[in-house]
Design a protein around this ligand. Structure first.
Ligand code: C2E
Ligand code: CA
Ligand code: CA
Length: 442
Protein backbone atom coordinates (compact mmCIF):
# COMPACT_ATOMS: atom_id res chain seq x y z
CA UNK A 1 0.00 0.00 0.00
CA UNK A 2 1.37 3.38 -0.92
CA UNK A 3 0.14 6.67 0.47
CA UNK A 4 1.30 10.26 -0.04
CA UNK A 5 2.71 11.49 3.27
CA UNK A 6 3.90 14.88 1.94
CA UNK A 7 1.33 16.79 3.92
CA UNK A 8 2.20 14.90 7.11
CA UNK A 9 5.93 15.62 6.57
CA UNK A 10 5.18 19.28 5.88
CA UNK A 11 3.14 19.50 9.06
CA UNK A 12 5.98 17.93 11.08
CA UNK A 13 8.50 20.30 9.54
CA UNK A 14 6.24 23.24 10.40
CA UNK A 15 5.94 22.08 14.01
CA UNK A 16 9.70 21.68 14.29
CA UNK A 17 10.14 25.20 12.92
CA UNK A 18 7.58 26.64 15.34
CA UNK A 19 9.31 24.95 18.27
CA UNK A 20 12.76 26.27 17.41
CA UNK A 21 12.26 29.56 15.64
CA UNK A 22 10.76 32.86 16.58
CA UNK A 23 7.48 33.46 14.72
CA UNK A 24 8.15 37.17 14.12
CA UNK A 25 11.77 37.33 12.98
CA UNK A 26 12.20 33.69 11.90
CA UNK A 27 15.42 33.68 13.92
CA UNK A 28 16.32 30.87 16.36
CA UNK A 29 14.48 31.14 19.66
CA UNK A 30 15.71 30.62 23.21
CA UNK A 31 15.21 26.84 23.00
CA UNK A 32 17.37 26.48 19.91
CA UNK A 33 20.07 28.80 21.19
CA UNK A 34 20.26 26.77 24.42
CA UNK A 35 20.86 23.71 22.28
CA UNK A 36 23.51 25.46 20.20
CA UNK A 37 25.33 26.63 23.33
CA UNK A 38 25.25 23.00 24.46
CA UNK A 39 26.95 21.97 21.20
CA UNK A 40 29.65 24.60 21.63
CA UNK A 41 30.28 23.45 25.19
CA UNK A 42 30.70 19.87 23.99
CA UNK A 43 32.97 20.95 21.13
CA UNK A 44 35.18 22.87 23.57
CA UNK A 45 36.48 19.57 24.91
CA UNK A 46 38.06 18.89 21.51
CA UNK A 47 38.79 22.27 19.95
CA UNK A 48 39.41 24.43 23.08
CA UNK A 49 37.61 27.29 21.39
CA UNK A 50 35.86 29.62 23.82
CA UNK A 51 32.34 30.90 23.11
CA UNK A 52 30.87 34.28 23.86
CA UNK A 53 27.22 35.00 24.46
CA UNK A 54 25.90 38.52 23.85
CA UNK A 55 22.65 39.39 25.61
CA UNK A 56 21.11 42.43 23.91
CA UNK A 57 18.24 44.41 25.32
CA UNK A 58 16.66 47.42 23.65
CA UNK A 59 16.30 50.48 25.84
CA UNK A 60 12.88 52.15 25.83
CA UNK A 61 11.31 49.67 23.39
CA UNK A 62 8.14 49.69 25.42
CA UNK A 63 7.58 53.37 24.64
CA UNK A 64 7.67 52.66 20.90
CA UNK A 65 5.20 49.82 21.28
CA UNK A 66 2.86 51.86 23.46
CA UNK A 67 2.95 55.05 21.44
CA UNK A 68 3.06 53.70 17.86
CA UNK A 69 1.30 50.38 18.29
CA UNK A 70 2.31 46.73 18.08
CA UNK A 71 2.75 46.53 14.35
CA UNK A 72 5.31 49.38 14.51
CA UNK A 73 6.98 47.52 17.39
CA UNK A 74 7.13 44.36 15.28
CA UNK A 75 8.62 46.22 12.36
CA UNK A 76 11.28 47.68 14.66
CA UNK A 77 12.18 44.24 16.05
CA UNK A 78 12.58 42.81 12.55
CA UNK A 79 14.85 45.74 11.68
CA UNK A 80 16.92 45.11 14.81
CA UNK A 81 17.28 41.43 13.89
CA UNK A 82 18.53 42.42 10.44
CA UNK A 83 21.08 44.82 11.92
CA UNK A 84 22.37 42.15 14.29
CA UNK A 85 22.74 39.53 11.62
CA UNK A 86 24.45 41.87 9.18
CA UNK A 87 27.15 42.68 11.74
CA UNK A 88 28.20 39.12 12.60
CA UNK A 89 29.75 36.26 10.68
CA UNK A 90 27.51 33.66 9.09
CA UNK A 91 28.66 31.02 11.58
CA UNK A 92 27.48 33.15 14.55
CA UNK A 93 23.95 32.57 15.78
CA UNK A 94 21.56 35.45 16.26
CA UNK A 95 18.46 34.54 18.27
CA UNK A 96 15.44 36.27 19.72
CA UNK A 97 15.14 35.48 23.39
CA UNK A 98 11.82 37.16 24.05
CA UNK A 99 10.17 40.57 23.61
CA UNK A 100 12.92 43.06 22.91
CA UNK A 101 15.76 40.77 23.97
CA UNK A 102 18.16 39.15 21.54
CA UNK A 103 21.16 36.87 21.91
CA UNK A 104 24.20 36.25 19.75
CA UNK A 105 26.33 33.16 20.19
CA UNK A 106 29.87 33.60 18.90
CA UNK A 107 31.79 30.38 18.71
CA UNK A 108 35.11 31.42 17.37
CA UNK A 109 36.58 34.78 18.30
CA UNK A 110 40.18 35.84 18.06
CA UNK A 111 40.38 38.16 21.06
CA UNK A 112 38.40 39.92 23.78
CA UNK A 113 39.16 43.16 21.93
CA UNK A 114 37.25 41.81 18.94
CA UNK A 115 34.24 41.22 21.17
CA UNK A 116 34.33 44.74 22.54
CA UNK A 117 34.64 46.15 19.03
CA UNK A 118 31.61 44.13 17.98
CA UNK A 119 29.59 45.26 21.01
CA UNK A 120 30.51 48.87 20.35
CA UNK A 121 29.59 48.53 16.66
CA UNK A 122 26.23 46.91 17.45
CA UNK A 123 25.35 49.65 19.92
CA UNK A 124 26.30 52.27 17.35
CA UNK A 125 24.28 50.67 14.52
CA UNK A 126 21.23 50.15 16.73
CA UNK A 127 21.26 53.79 17.84
CA UNK A 128 20.91 55.14 14.29
CA UNK A 129 17.33 56.55 14.00
CA UNK A 130 15.03 54.66 11.63
CA UNK A 131 11.71 55.50 10.04
CA UNK A 132 8.86 53.25 11.13
CA UNK A 133 5.45 53.81 9.59
CA UNK A 134 6.30 57.40 8.78
CA UNK A 135 7.74 58.26 12.21
CA UNK A 136 11.42 58.72 13.11
CA UNK A 137 12.22 56.27 15.87
CA UNK A 138 15.44 56.19 17.83
CA UNK A 139 16.31 53.53 20.32
CA UNK A 140 19.47 52.43 22.07
CA UNK A 141 20.63 49.08 23.33
CA UNK A 142 22.48 47.52 26.27
CA UNK A 143 24.70 44.51 25.82
CA UNK A 144 25.96 41.97 28.36
CA UNK A 145 28.70 39.51 27.43
CA UNK A 146 29.53 36.22 29.14
CA UNK A 147 32.21 33.81 28.07
CA UNK A 148 32.34 30.04 28.25
CA UNK A 149 34.10 28.47 30.10
CA UNK A 150 35.31 31.47 32.14
CA UNK A 151 31.93 32.81 33.28
CA UNK A 152 29.46 29.93 33.08
CA UNK A 153 29.51 26.14 33.19
CA UNK A 154 26.40 25.31 31.13
CA UNK A 155 23.92 26.91 28.74
CA UNK A 156 21.54 28.23 31.39
CA UNK A 157 24.36 29.55 33.48
CA UNK A 158 25.89 31.36 30.51
CA UNK A 159 22.58 32.98 29.56
CA UNK A 160 22.04 34.04 33.17
CA UNK A 161 25.51 35.61 33.42
CA UNK A 162 25.12 37.48 30.13
CA UNK A 163 21.72 38.71 31.35
CA UNK A 164 23.27 40.03 34.59
CA UNK A 165 26.02 41.71 32.63
CA UNK A 166 23.35 43.32 30.41
CA UNK A 167 21.50 44.69 33.47
CA UNK A 168 24.78 46.11 34.70
CA UNK A 169 25.33 47.73 31.28
CA UNK A 170 21.82 49.24 31.36
CA UNK A 171 22.45 50.70 34.80
CA UNK A 172 25.59 52.42 33.60
CA UNK A 173 23.79 54.43 30.90
CA UNK A 174 22.59 54.10 27.35
CA UNK A 175 24.40 52.27 24.56
CA UNK A 176 26.76 50.55 26.97
CA UNK A 177 28.19 47.07 27.06
CA UNK A 178 29.57 45.08 29.97
CA UNK A 179 31.42 41.85 30.32
CA UNK A 180 30.35 39.59 33.14
CA UNK A 181 33.61 40.26 34.96
CA UNK A 182 34.27 43.88 35.87
CA UNK A 183 37.96 43.40 35.29
CA UNK A 184 37.30 42.47 31.67
CA UNK A 185 34.98 45.43 31.18
CA UNK A 186 37.61 47.79 32.61
CA UNK A 187 40.22 46.37 30.28
CA UNK A 188 37.88 46.59 27.27
CA UNK A 189 37.05 50.20 28.04
CA UNK A 190 40.68 51.18 28.61
CA UNK A 191 41.57 49.60 25.29
CA UNK A 192 38.79 51.42 23.41
CA UNK A 193 39.94 54.70 24.95
CA UNK A 194 43.53 53.99 23.94
CA UNK A 195 42.39 53.31 20.37
CA UNK A 196 40.36 56.53 20.20
CA UNK A 197 43.20 58.59 21.72
CA UNK A 198 45.71 57.08 19.31
CA UNK A 199 43.50 57.83 16.30
CA UNK A 200 43.24 61.43 17.49
CA UNK A 201 46.98 61.69 18.14
CA UNK A 202 47.78 60.47 14.62
CA UNK A 203 45.19 62.82 13.08
CA UNK A 204 46.66 65.74 15.07
CA UNK A 205 50.25 64.73 14.20
CA UNK A 206 51.14 64.36 17.88
CA UNK A 207 53.54 61.45 17.49
CA UNK A 208 57.22 62.31 17.38
CA UNK A 209 60.42 60.72 16.10
CA UNK A 210 63.25 59.72 18.37
CA UNK A 211 66.43 58.28 16.94
CA UNK A 212 69.13 56.01 18.27
CA UNK A 213 72.54 55.99 16.61
CA UNK A 214 73.91 52.82 15.05
CA UNK A 215 77.66 52.99 15.59
CA UNK A 216 80.75 51.52 14.08
CA UNK A 217 82.98 50.81 17.06
CA UNK A 218 86.14 51.89 15.29
CA UNK A 219 86.44 55.62 15.62
CA UNK A 220 83.05 55.94 17.26
CA UNK A 221 81.58 56.58 13.86
CA UNK A 222 77.84 57.03 13.38
CA UNK A 223 76.59 54.85 10.53
CA UNK A 224 72.91 55.59 10.82
CA UNK A 225 69.99 56.35 13.09
CA UNK A 226 67.15 54.00 13.95
CA UNK A 227 63.82 55.79 14.01
CA UNK A 228 61.84 54.90 17.14
CA UNK A 229 58.39 56.42 17.51
CA UNK A 230 57.27 58.17 20.68
CA UNK A 231 53.81 59.30 21.80
CA UNK A 232 53.96 62.20 24.26
CA UNK A 233 50.77 62.54 26.35
CA UNK A 234 49.73 64.43 29.49
CA UNK A 235 50.56 61.28 31.43
CA UNK A 236 54.06 61.03 30.02
CA UNK A 237 55.61 59.29 27.06
CA UNK A 238 53.82 56.16 25.87
CA UNK A 239 56.14 53.43 24.63
CA UNK A 240 55.86 52.07 21.09
CA UNK A 241 55.69 48.62 22.69
CA UNK A 242 52.20 49.69 23.85
CA UNK A 243 50.83 51.61 20.90
CA UNK A 244 52.36 49.88 17.86
CA UNK A 245 50.33 46.65 18.35
CA UNK A 246 47.18 48.77 18.79
CA UNK A 247 47.97 50.73 15.63
CA UNK A 248 48.42 47.44 13.78
CA UNK A 249 45.09 46.13 15.05
CA UNK A 250 43.07 49.18 14.11
CA UNK A 251 44.63 49.68 10.69
CA UNK A 252 46.55 52.81 11.60
CA UNK A 253 50.09 51.52 11.29
CA UNK A 254 50.67 52.38 7.61
CA UNK A 255 49.56 55.97 7.99
CA UNK A 256 51.54 56.30 11.21
CA UNK A 257 54.72 54.92 9.64
CA UNK A 258 54.43 57.01 6.50
CA UNK A 259 53.98 60.17 8.59
CA UNK A 260 57.04 59.17 10.66
CA UNK A 261 59.14 58.58 7.52
CA UNK A 262 58.13 61.98 6.21
CA UNK A 263 59.20 63.64 9.49
CA UNK A 264 62.43 61.66 9.35
CA UNK A 265 63.22 62.87 5.85
CA UNK A 266 62.50 66.46 6.93
CA UNK A 267 64.82 66.03 9.94
CA UNK A 268 67.43 64.50 7.70
CA UNK A 269 67.28 67.24 5.08
CA UNK A 270 67.56 69.92 7.74
CA UNK A 271 70.85 68.52 9.01
CA UNK A 272 73.39 70.17 6.80
CA UNK A 273 76.32 68.58 8.57
CA UNK A 274 75.11 65.04 7.99
CA UNK A 275 77.31 63.01 5.74
CA UNK A 276 75.61 61.54 2.69
CA UNK A 277 76.45 57.98 3.79
CA UNK A 278 74.37 58.14 6.93
CA UNK A 279 71.08 56.29 6.81
CA UNK A 280 67.84 56.19 8.75
CA UNK A 281 66.64 52.75 9.71
CA UNK A 282 62.87 52.42 9.94
CA UNK A 283 60.83 49.66 11.56
CA UNK A 284 58.15 48.20 9.33
CA UNK A 285 55.23 46.13 10.52
CA UNK A 286 54.50 42.97 8.59
CA UNK A 287 50.96 44.03 7.69
CA UNK A 288 52.35 47.22 6.20
CA UNK A 289 54.91 45.38 4.08
CA UNK A 290 52.26 43.04 2.72
CA UNK A 291 50.13 45.92 1.51
CA UNK A 292 50.53 46.88 -2.12
CA UNK A 293 52.20 50.20 -2.79
CA UNK A 294 54.65 50.58 0.11
CA UNK A 295 57.64 50.77 -2.23
CA UNK A 296 55.91 53.42 -4.35
CA UNK A 297 55.01 55.45 -1.26
CA UNK A 298 58.57 55.36 0.06
CA UNK A 299 59.96 56.27 -3.36
CA UNK A 300 57.67 59.25 -3.76
CA UNK A 301 58.51 60.49 -0.25
CA UNK A 302 62.23 60.31 -1.11
CA UNK A 303 61.56 62.11 -4.37
CA UNK A 304 59.72 64.87 -2.54
CA UNK A 305 62.84 65.55 -0.43
CA UNK A 306 65.22 64.84 -3.30
CA UNK A 307 66.98 62.05 -1.42
CA UNK A 308 68.32 58.70 -2.69
CA UNK A 309 67.00 55.30 -1.58
CA UNK A 310 70.14 54.55 0.40
CA UNK A 311 69.00 57.14 2.98
CA UNK A 312 66.42 54.63 4.22
CA UNK A 313 67.03 51.12 5.54
CA UNK A 314 64.08 48.91 6.40
CA UNK A 315 63.86 46.74 9.50
CA UNK A 316 61.55 43.77 9.20
CA UNK A 317 60.80 41.07 11.74
CA UNK A 318 60.45 37.33 11.65
CA UNK A 319 56.68 37.86 11.83
CA UNK A 320 56.74 37.94 8.06
CA UNK A 321 57.42 34.19 8.20
CA UNK A 322 53.79 33.64 9.10
CA UNK A 323 52.55 35.71 6.20
CA UNK A 324 51.69 34.41 2.77
CA UNK A 325 55.14 33.40 1.57
CA UNK A 326 54.68 34.34 -2.09
CA UNK A 327 53.28 37.79 -1.38
CA UNK A 328 55.96 38.49 1.24
CA UNK A 329 58.64 37.56 -1.28
CA UNK A 330 57.14 39.79 -3.97
CA UNK A 331 56.91 42.77 -1.60
CA UNK A 332 60.43 42.35 -0.22
CA UNK A 333 61.84 42.03 -3.73
CA UNK A 334 59.99 45.18 -4.78
CA UNK A 335 61.59 47.03 -1.86
CA UNK A 336 65.01 45.62 -2.69
CA UNK A 337 64.59 46.59 -6.34
CA UNK A 338 64.04 50.20 -5.21
CA UNK A 339 67.49 50.08 -3.60
CA UNK A 340 66.48 49.69 0.04
CA UNK A 341 68.61 47.50 2.28
CA UNK A 342 66.63 45.10 4.45
CA UNK A 343 67.53 44.36 8.07
CA UNK A 344 66.15 41.40 9.96
CA UNK A 345 65.29 42.76 13.41
CA UNK A 346 65.14 40.85 16.72
CA UNK A 347 66.86 37.94 15.00
CA UNK A 348 66.41 34.58 16.75
CA UNK A 349 63.61 35.71 19.05
CA UNK A 350 60.79 34.28 16.92
CA UNK A 351 60.64 31.26 14.71
CA UNK A 352 63.84 31.94 12.81
CA UNK A 353 64.42 29.71 9.89
CA UNK A 354 67.64 29.49 7.97
CA UNK A 355 65.72 28.63 4.80
CA UNK A 356 64.10 31.99 5.10
CA UNK A 357 67.48 33.71 5.26
CA UNK A 358 68.46 32.20 1.95
CA UNK A 359 65.11 32.89 0.26
CA UNK A 360 64.47 36.43 1.37
CA UNK A 361 66.68 39.33 0.30
CA UNK A 362 68.09 40.20 3.73
CA UNK A 363 71.25 42.32 4.03
CA UNK A 364 71.78 42.72 7.77
CA UNK A 365 70.95 40.73 10.92
CA UNK A 366 70.16 42.61 14.10
CA UNK A 367 71.10 40.66 17.20
CA UNK A 368 68.33 41.16 19.72
CA UNK A 369 69.06 42.93 22.98
CA UNK A 370 67.73 40.00 24.98
CA UNK A 371 70.88 38.06 24.04
CA UNK A 372 73.19 40.96 24.78
CA UNK A 373 71.92 42.17 28.13
CA UNK A 374 73.20 39.29 30.27
CA UNK A 375 76.26 38.30 28.23
CA UNK A 376 78.43 38.50 31.36
CA UNK A 377 76.40 35.97 33.33
CA UNK A 378 74.79 33.80 30.68
CA UNK A 379 77.18 31.54 28.75
CA UNK A 380 74.30 30.30 26.57
CA UNK A 381 73.55 33.79 25.25
CA UNK A 382 77.25 34.37 24.74
CA UNK A 383 77.35 31.24 22.59
CA UNK A 384 74.20 32.24 20.66
CA UNK A 385 75.69 35.62 19.80
CA UNK A 386 78.93 33.98 18.68
CA UNK A 387 76.94 31.63 16.42
CA UNK A 388 74.86 34.43 14.92
CA UNK A 389 77.97 36.49 14.15
CA UNK A 390 79.67 33.56 12.44
CA UNK A 391 76.48 32.59 10.59
CA UNK A 392 76.21 36.15 9.27
CA UNK A 393 79.86 36.10 8.23
CA UNK A 394 79.46 32.77 6.42
CA UNK A 395 76.52 33.95 4.34
CA UNK A 396 77.94 37.41 3.72
CA UNK A 397 75.55 39.40 5.85
CA UNK A 398 76.55 42.07 8.28
CA UNK A 399 75.45 42.22 11.91
CA UNK A 400 74.30 44.91 14.30
CA UNK A 401 74.19 44.11 18.02
CA UNK A 402 71.42 45.90 19.88
CA UNK A 403 71.06 46.85 23.53
CA UNK A 404 74.75 47.33 24.33
CA UNK A 405 74.99 49.08 27.67
CA UNK A 406 78.41 48.27 29.12
CA UNK A 407 82.08 48.28 28.15
CA UNK A 408 82.23 44.50 28.87
CA UNK A 409 79.44 43.77 26.39
CA UNK A 410 81.13 45.99 23.84
CA UNK A 411 84.51 44.25 24.38
CA UNK A 412 82.99 40.82 23.89
CA UNK A 413 81.21 41.83 20.68
CA UNK A 414 84.37 43.42 19.33
CA UNK A 415 86.32 40.26 20.10
CA UNK A 416 83.87 38.44 17.79
CA UNK A 417 84.37 41.12 15.14
CA UNK A 418 80.80 42.33 15.45
CA UNK A 419 81.63 45.91 14.69
CA UNK A 420 78.26 47.56 14.48
CA UNK A 421 76.61 48.40 17.75
CA UNK A 422 73.50 50.10 19.04
CA UNK A 423 72.64 50.74 22.66
CA UNK A 424 72.56 53.00 25.69
CA UNK A 425 76.36 52.68 25.93
CA UNK A 426 76.51 55.19 23.10
CA UNK A 427 73.17 56.86 23.40
CA UNK A 428 69.54 56.44 24.34
CA UNK A 429 66.99 57.30 21.64
CA UNK A 430 66.53 61.09 21.44
CA UNK A 431 65.28 63.77 19.05
CA UNK A 432 67.75 64.07 16.16
CA UNK A 433 68.98 67.58 16.89
CA UNK A 434 69.98 66.56 20.44
CA UNK A 435 71.89 63.56 19.15
CA UNK A 436 73.88 65.34 16.52
CA UNK A 437 75.27 67.83 19.03
CA UNK A 438 76.76 65.10 21.22
CA UNK A 439 78.08 62.65 18.64
CA UNK A 440 80.92 62.52 16.19
CA UNK A 441 79.24 62.51 12.82
CA UNK A 442 81.62 62.20 9.87
P1 C2E B 1 63.21 47.45 18.35
O1 C2E B 1 63.04 47.74 16.91
O2 C2E B 1 63.89 46.18 18.71
O3 C2E B 1 63.96 48.70 18.95
C1 C2E B 1 64.93 48.63 19.95
C2 C2E B 1 64.36 48.93 21.29
O4 C2E B 1 65.37 48.75 22.28
C3 C2E B 1 63.93 50.39 21.44
O5 C2E B 1 62.83 50.40 22.34
C4 C2E B 1 65.14 51.02 22.10
O6 C2E B 1 64.83 52.20 22.81
C5 C2E B 1 65.56 49.92 23.03
N1 C2E B 1 66.98 50.01 23.35
C6 C2E B 1 67.98 50.46 22.57
N2 C2E B 1 69.16 50.36 23.18
C7 C2E B 1 68.93 49.82 24.39
C8 C2E B 1 69.77 49.45 25.51
O7 C2E B 1 70.98 49.63 25.50
N3 C2E B 1 69.16 48.90 26.57
C9 C2E B 1 67.82 48.70 26.61
N4 C2E B 1 67.30 48.15 27.70
N5 C2E B 1 67.00 49.03 25.59
C10 C2E B 1 67.55 49.58 24.50
P2 C2E B 1 61.56 51.29 22.04
O8 C2E B 1 61.96 52.61 21.46
O9 C2E B 1 60.73 51.27 23.29
O10 C2E B 1 60.82 50.48 20.90
C11 C2E B 1 60.27 49.23 21.17
C12 C2E B 1 59.84 48.54 19.92
O11 C2E B 1 58.72 49.20 19.31
C13 C2E B 1 60.91 48.50 18.85
O12 C2E B 1 61.80 47.47 19.11
C14 C2E B 1 60.07 48.27 17.61
O13 C2E B 1 59.79 46.91 17.47
C15 C2E B 1 58.80 49.00 17.93
N6 C2E B 1 58.79 50.28 17.23
C16 C2E B 1 59.30 51.47 17.58
N7 C2E B 1 59.08 52.40 16.63
C17 C2E B 1 58.41 51.77 15.64
C18 C2E B 1 57.88 52.17 14.37
O14 C2E B 1 58.00 53.32 13.91
N8 C2E B 1 57.24 51.20 13.62
C19 C2E B 1 57.11 49.92 14.06
N9 C2E B 1 56.50 49.04 13.28
N10 C2E B 1 57.60 49.51 15.23
C20 C2E B 1 58.24 50.42 16.01
CA1 CA C 1 64.22 47.81 15.20
CA1 CA D 1 65.35 44.95 17.74
Amino acid sequence: MLSDITSQKNAEEKLRFLANYDFLTNFPNRKLVLEKIGHSIKAYKYNRKKSALFFIDLDKFKQVNDSLGHSAGDELLCGVADILVSNVKSRDIVARQSGDEFMILINDFSSIDNLSHLAQRLNQCLSIPVEIQGTQVSITSSIGIAIFPDDGKNSDDLIQKSDWAMIHAKNSGRSQFQFFTQNMTDKAQARLKLEADLRQAVADNKLINYYQPIMQCEGNRVLGFELLLRWPTDNGMISPGVFIPVAEDIGLISQMTEDAVERALQDYSALEKVHADIYISINLSTIHILQKGLSDTLESLLEKYDLPAKVLRLEITEGILFADHDIALIRLRELMACGFKLLLDDFCTGYSSFTYLSQFPIDVLKIDQSFVFDIDSNPMNKAIIKSIVSLAENINLSCIAEGVETQEQLDYLQSLSCKNIQGYFFSKPKPLHELVQGLIVP
